[in-house]
Design a protein around this ligand. Structure first.
Ligand code: DGY
Length: 321
């Protein structure tokens, strides 16, 4: 019997509950692996498929988009889509979708984990206990910064920025935010106050970044912006690495311009600036923002829904305009 299922290219192995559905509903052009495909393998896979699920490490450039003539939909397994040349996709009529909403809570939770770990020196404490060098409680050991009651500065007040702000209530933290436009106070659930970027950076004790990576946000935080921050302040980034100039951040940390940084994302992932790992005042995670089984499963299901809509002649629920 002929297999009438549409062909799907999957650039990476996804969590098992998603794989079960994917294998049932599509014919895979090749068996996905748990590693990033080489650019040639990526292009070859995309050229053979009706639809594709790709991840944030897959660089989908103009050449690939124009070569993949059979492809109708590119479902990006992420909310951010800076890995895709959107202008070329639009020009070629290729639908691109993302996975908003389903990873908001996971990413906001991870932001708080990183924030608390950085301010309270959680990783240094863990290393001390594991090393066997811990000699017992001490009044002066690993003193960190108080978080409760401090001012939280949020750059980017979209879904994730707002979810991070909502979690600040329990910590009694006044929230200041910066975004392209101030949000009408009537549409905000709490009293979150708008600030210019400079005001926010000068006022906040902890600054956390939640803007997408675009040409306008590339190196949004560099030497000048870091100098606006307080020497006691912490910088947290769970958005995209290139929003921060990593070299400038290293200099700022080394010279005490700011107190510490918690990073989940890097300019050249998976490579990191060599000095970052030498600094005690950093906590470094391997891009774990959406890494819960629930969120990563939902992200896969959102991709599948979008693909089925497009291949079935319906509008994609999460089409990137
Ligand atoms: C996203 O969706 O953009 C996240 O970074 C994936 O973990």
């Amino acid at each position: 019997m002929t297999d009438r299922r549409p062909t799907l290219y999957l650039s990476r192995l996804l969590p098992e509950p998603v794989m079960v559905i994917v294998r049932e509903r599509f014919r895979l052009v090749q068996e996905p692996l748990d590693i990033l495909p080489a650019p040639s393998a990526l292009r070859e896979g995309l050229c053979q498929a009706d639809a594709a699920i790709v991840t944030l490490g897959d660089c989908i450039d103009a050449e690939t988009i124009h070569a993949a003539t059979r492809l109708k939909i590119l479902a990006n397994y992420a909310v951010g889509y800076n890995n895709i040349d959107l202008a070329s996709a639009r020009q070629r009529g290729l639908i691109v979708t993302n996975t908003p909403d389903v990873l908001t809570d996971a990413t906001a939770d991870l932001t708080w984990a990183l924030l608390l770990a950085t301010a309270r020196r959680v990783v240094e404490g863990d290393s001390l206990v594991r090393s066997g060098r811990w000699t017992g409680w001490s009044p002066t050991q690993l003193l960190g910064a108080e978080v409760s009651g401090k001012t939280l500065g949020i750059i980017g007040m979209g879904r994730i920025g707002q979810a991070v702000a909502q979690r600040a209530v329990g910590f009694r933290m006044p929230v200041r935010y910066h975004s392209r436009q101030p949000i009408a106070p009537s549409s905000l659930p709490c009293e979150w106050e708008y600030r210019s970027l400079q005001e926010l950076l000068s006022e906040a004790d902890i600054v956390t970044i939640h803007v997408p990576l675009t040409p306008a946000t590339h190196h949004l935080i560099g030497t000048r912006e870091l100098a606006w921050m307080r020497p006691t302040a912490f910088l947290i980034n769970t958005a995209r690495g290139p929003i921060i100039d990593e070299g400038a951040l290293v200099d700022a940390l080394k010279t005490g311009v700011i107190a510490g940084a918690g990073l989940d994302v890097y300019e050249q992932e998976p490579a990191i600036h060599s000095a970052l790992a030498q600094l005690k005042q950093t906590v470094l995670l391997p891009h774990l923002g959406s890494a819960t089984l629930h969120a990563r499963t939902q992200m896969g299901l959102v991709c599948v829904d979008n693909i089925q809509a497009v291949l079935g002649g319906r509008p994609a629920p999460n089409k990137i305009p």
